[in-house]
Write a protein that binds this ligand. Structure first.
Ligand SMILES: [Zn+2]
Length: 94
């Protein structure tokens, strides 16, 4: 389910300023729901970019976001998590 204002730019599309603002406030740019789960990240000490996935099971849009002091400053749209390899946050099928 995509929000009406969501415009797909293709895999790895750069997020717009409005989309980054949504992420900073905890909202998925694709569906508008609030909440993410954390995906794989670089080793400790080098983390600036985080992989995140929308917590809504009917969305699961993935993003790679660069955060500075909790503010999303740059990001890429990685698309639907169900299309990619499973992350440690993969929801149980049970
Ligand atoms: Zn979403």
């Amino acid at each position: 389910m995509r929000g009406d204002d969501y415009i797909s730019g293709g895999p790895f599309a750069v997020l717009s300023d409005d989309q980054l603002d949504a992420v900073s406030k905890g909202h998925c740019p694709a569906c508008g729901s609030r909440g993410f789960v954390i995906g794989p990240a670089a080793p400790a000490g080098t983390v600036l970019n985080l992989n995140i996935e929308c917590a809504m099971l009917d969305c699961r849009s993935r993003y790679n976001i660069a955060f500075v002091s909790g503010q999303a400053i740059h990001g890429h749209d990685l698309f639907d998590g169900r299309a990619g390899p499973p992350w440690p946050s993969e929801p149980s099928s049970a």
